[in-house]
Design a binder for this molecule. Sequence first.
Ligand code: AMP
Ligand code: MG
Length: 314
Amino acid sequence: MKNYSNIFKPTKKNLIKAAKILKNSGIVALPTETVYGLAANAYSAKAIHKVYQLKKRPKKNPLIVHFDTLNSIKKETEPNLYLNKLFNKFSPGPITYVLKLKKSSRISRKLTNQSGTVACRVPANSYFRKMIKLTKTPLAAPSANVSNHVSPTSAKDVYDEFGKKIKFILDGKQSKIGLESTVINLIDKPNILRPGKISITEIKRVIKNVKKNKSKKILSPGQLKKHYSPGIPMYLDKTKPKIDGAYITFGKTSLKGKNIFNLSKQGSLEEVGKKLYQKLRFIKKQGFKNISVKKIPNQGIGIAINDRLKRASS
Ligand code: AMP
Ligand code: MG
């Protein structure tokens, strides 16, 4: 039996307890609407060092910093033409803006890969924003998983990744979106570094000249090919499971059995996105040897789902 004594309900008392840990350069896991994050004081080099160690994350892969307001982002970054427009439309929410860091900013350069840039997000999750208010510091928070594992979408998933290596995991129920944020680079010509729930089509309605990032040079290490791996082979665009394998589908299907996982009977890709990581973890735990997945239409959130599936299967 697992002993979840480091998972805490989001009571006022517990939020204050978590803030204390963060203020002392400690690490806590927090829920967001995308996935769970491993949060650390973004001003503290000591705290940032701990995050990289815990995650076994390569130092060259920079972290996203979370803020509670647009003004607090502006305090740390150079003025940007596009930020206000996008922020007004999409934030707080599942979108991250890469901006130029001000020379005077106290944000730890350890989390920026010394790039002179910083990835900024205001999450919609109210507990997370409360923690920023209580600590009075921006919080760096990469997904709360060991590097290359699937991102966690519940407090128990975080426990499965780190056990008691972290003192405090805040239980904010299942993440509403279940896929990592859209990352958009706003320096020079805006370009999408990572697709997410907020699609390029929606972004184009606000700023016209946005591009998909096609550059060979990897700007965002989250774009590396192998990433988000469930730990067993995955096969995409399949119509049925393979031997000893599970099958992920959505919408109407005639397939039946314990190895068939219908992520959305209504055929909603939003629902597929929300449940995907949770089901990948579950299927692995059940002992299936491989996972086949039905073809996902490459539009809207389907682009983000396909992006993650491609990496998971490579
Ligand atoms: P994670 O927090 O684990 O979901 O990953 C954060 C993503 O944002 C990764 O793909 C990072 O490479 C990317 N990222 C963070 N900071 C920057 C930055 N300054 N420039 C470009 N990409 C970044
Ligand atoms: Mg991650």
